[in-house]
Ligand binder design. Structure first.
Ligand code: SAM
Length: 368
């Protein structure tokens, strides 16, 4: 299919290539020279076979396969799941996609979806839950459903066809998140834990601080920042997708220091939330995790006018990140550190976490 566009290269070459792409984008569009290393993120869940009891988990090899936990498959005329050929609408039967997580493979093994338009699978290796949403008119018993495949006693027996699609529970660093099939969630099983760790390490939130989580999704970063700023701190989370807002409302309900706003991030909504700037309580730190298009000049400028002491930017598009860094430089912010993670092996995609802070010259001016 057209998905794994770098599978002809070995993993070392893939990561070296991604590092070059990120460094090149930062140089050409961001005006910054950075040495980039792409960190490997091995999948650690053990393979699970349909119908088999799940034993203790063992570390999987770092082969760049079996990692993708959320997949949308097309369906062939024969009802076999498939993916689109490169630059084409043609559906290629892919019952054994090699980057699919074993939980995804187990949920679909031996199944046919004659008449369906698509089959969407969301698997949670941390809890073993799998949701299978069938769109279109699949005959027989092939309806949407959710099941538990990876719990210590869980199994998918011959008669255990899921009954209806629904949210899955994901566990990250001991905290549980419920995520419906329509809300955004990272597709590499270790991405939430790795990105949360990188963001927390970069921001070093202090008790009592005010934090902003823009493009908050199901509340992943807001939940951990809330723990870091503590009950006397404040986290404002902004997200526009109703499905994600509903998920975040549930996932953050036990954290009174979080204010969740179901709005589009725009200069006006950012200013509306933060009010009269530092005099209105100020902003200490922010995490930005925008879609591929990036944050954009207007929102970057509005946000940085509140002079946060640190901003963690989680980026799935290095060019968009670089453009936003160039805008940040005009507001007196500089790139302090950059980490890049190989969360999409076999593809050209790469995830970065950049730390921005007021540049040394600007800091001198603003120091009391
Ligand atoms: C890359 S995801 C990040 C979600 C979350 N931070 C996470 O890691 O799970 C980007 C999110 O931004 C949301 N989004 C896209 N454009 C937006 C906008 N203009 N305002 C608010 N949210 C937006 C999407 O719905 C999506 O949930």
């Amino acid at each position: 299919c057209g998905g794994c566009d770098w599978q002809h290269a070995d993993l070392v070459a893939q990561r070296r290539g991604k590092a070059e792409v990120v460094a090149d984008a930062l140089r050409r569009f961001g005006g910054v020279e950075v040495a980039v290393e792409v960190e490997a993120v091995p999948v650690e869940a053990a393979p699970v076979e349909a119908g088999a009891d799940v034993g203790p988990r063992s570390a999987a090899p770092d082969d760049g396969l079996g990692w993708r936990t959320r997949m949308r498959f097309a369906v062939t005329a024969e009802g076999v799941i498939g993916l689109r050929a490169s630059r084409s609408h043609q559906v290629v039967a892919t019952p054994d996609c090699r980057i699919a997580h074993p939980l995804v493979a187990a949920a679909l093994a031996g199944r046919r979806f004659v008449g369906a338009e698509s089959v969407e699978v969301a698997a949670s290796p941390s809890t073993g839950q799998v949701s299978v949403a069938v769109r279109g008119d699949a005959g027989g018993d092939e309806r949407s459903g959710r099941t538990d495949l990876g719990t210590p006693t869980g199994h998918l027996g011959a008669g255990d066809r899921p009954l209806q699609g629904g949210p899955v529970v994901e566990e990250v660093a001991g905290r549980r998140f419920t995520v419906g099939p329509d809300a955004f969630w990272q597709i590499h099983p270790r991405a939430p834990e790795v990105l949360v760790g990188a963001v927390r390490t970069a921001l070093r939130a202090r008790p009592g601080e005010t934090a902003l989580d823009l493009y908050a999704g199901a509340g992943l970063f807001a939940a951990f920042l809330a723990a870091d700023v503590g009950p006397l701190g404040r986290v404002v989370a902004m997200e526009s997708d109703p499905a994600a807002v509903n998920a975040a409302a549930e996932n953050l309900a036990d954290l009174p220091q979080v204010s969740l706003r179901g709005v589009r991030v725009t200069p006006a909504t950012v200013r509306g939330l933060l009010g009269g700037g530092p005099a209105a309580g100020g902003l200490d730190i922010a995490v930005l995790d925008p879609p591929r298009s990036g944050v954009g000049a207007e929102v970057m400028t509005a946000l940085l006018s509140y002079r946060p002491r640190a901003v963690a930017y989680v980026a799935c598009d290095p060019v968009a990140l670089a453009r936003d860094l160039a805008v940040a430089a005009q507001s007196g912010y500089e790139l302090v550190s950059l980490r890049a993670f190989d969360l999409f092996p076999m593809t050209h995609h790469v995830e970065c976490v950049a730390l921005l802070a007021p540049s040394a010259a600007t800091s001198e001016v603003t120091l009391p």
